[in-house]
Design a protein around this ligand. Structure first.
Ligand SMILES: [Zn+2]
Length: 330
């Protein structure tokens, strides 16, 4: 009887391993971290912005992962979340022009799309948010700020600046969700310090985002190598553990292993998360200053029209049931 139970459990585990270790929700930081980043960024804003952002904080949190959901609906969405910078030579990747049109001239738009366009999409979103602040459309401002926050968060994740984004070239399948979801979920609320002070004005946002991407690219090697090193110290039965999720037995990384791996990287995950929050608040603030510090006293309408409701529904449906376009982490 017991043997049969373990057999059944093993089969279930084999089937569900991938589901658990590569939750299809996680592209960039996982949902948990993206939501924390957007939420905490609000508290760094000056009073003139806080008066508008704070009452709408639940929207900013709830929609923090809409860009990830859109990857199930829109083929063009995927490349906005990463850049495989190592496809362009060696650090500091000087052969890759930082200006989009120049990069297209040199490498073609198709190549840029294939290897990801995160830093250029960031610039587009910054321009969009500056324009949004110029309008009196509260929903447009909130949606643009929320989604900009998502892309900035992604830029801080080392494996979003590496072609070996899920350890697929080094037999480290699952490392993506391990780094960006499991570690923050286990440690952020209990152990990380998110006291960050105030948002600052960024004079050169292009230089800023490329600096972030370069830091991520530099960290990617350590992220991969240290995982291998820590794995070598763990037997499989300690590295993984079984838990029930929605009444199903699933296999995932054990807490002990997650802690050991996080520790091997020092404060890297905490630092990248802190830097994400600081960057999100500062970019929102910079766009607001560039728009002439408009008074944000208008209210967000609390009901959606039919068209907006249908659009939200379609986004959720495609994410829940659909197949992702482009790169996943399988
Ligand atoms: Zn993303």
């Amino acid at each position: 009887m017991l043997t049969r139970f373990f057999k059944a459990a093993a089969i279930a585990a084999a089937v569900l391993t991938c589901t658990c270790m590569d939750m299809p929700l996680a592209y960039g930081w996982g949902f948990f971290a993206h939501q924390r980043i957007n939420r905490l960024a609000v508290y760094m804003l000056p009073p003139g912005m806080m008066a508008f952002f704070k009452p709408n904080i639940e929207y900013i949190v709830a929609h923090a992962c809409d860009p990830d959901k859109r990857r199930y609906l829109l083929p063009a969405e995927g490349p906005r979340h990463y850049i495989d910078i190592d496809r362009y030579g060696a650090y500091p990747y000087d052969s890759l022009p930082r200006i989009y049109n120049k990069a297209v001239e040199k490498f073609s738009a198709d190549t840029l799309q294939r290897y990801g366009i995160l830093p250029w999409h960031f610039e587009r979103m910054m321009a969009r948010l500056t324009k949004a602040f110029d309008s009196t459309d509260a929903t447009y401002i909130l949606r643009t700020a929320t989604e900009l926050g998502h892309y900035i968060g992604d830029a801080h994740v080392p494996l979003h600046a590496s072609s070996n984004h899920n350890g697929q070239f080094s037999n480290q399948h699952g490392i993506h969700a391990l780094w960006e979801s499991r570690i923050p979920e286990l440690l952020a609320d209990m152990e990380y310090d998110f006291w960050l002070g105030k948002a600052v004005y960024i004079h050169d946002t292009r230089a800023f985002i490329w600096r972030v991407v370069m830091e991520s690219a530099l960290a990617a090697d350590s992220v991969l190598q240290l995982e291998k090193k820590v794995t070598a110290q763990f037997s499989a039965d300690v590295k993984y553990s079984f838990t029930y999720r929605n009444a199903l037995l699933v296999r995932g990384y054990s807490d002990m292993y997650v802690r050991a791996y996080a520790k091997s990287m020092g404060d890297m995950v905490e630092r990248r998360m802190r830097n994400s929050i600081f960057a999100v608040a500062s970019c929102w603030y910079t766009a607001w200053i560039n728009a002439g510090q408009p008074t944000l006293s208008f209210k967000v309408k609390d009901t959606l029209n039919t068209e907006e409701k249908l659009a939200m529904q379609a986004l959720d449906d495609s994410w829940r049931k659909g197949k992702i376009f482009g790169r996943g982490h399988e």
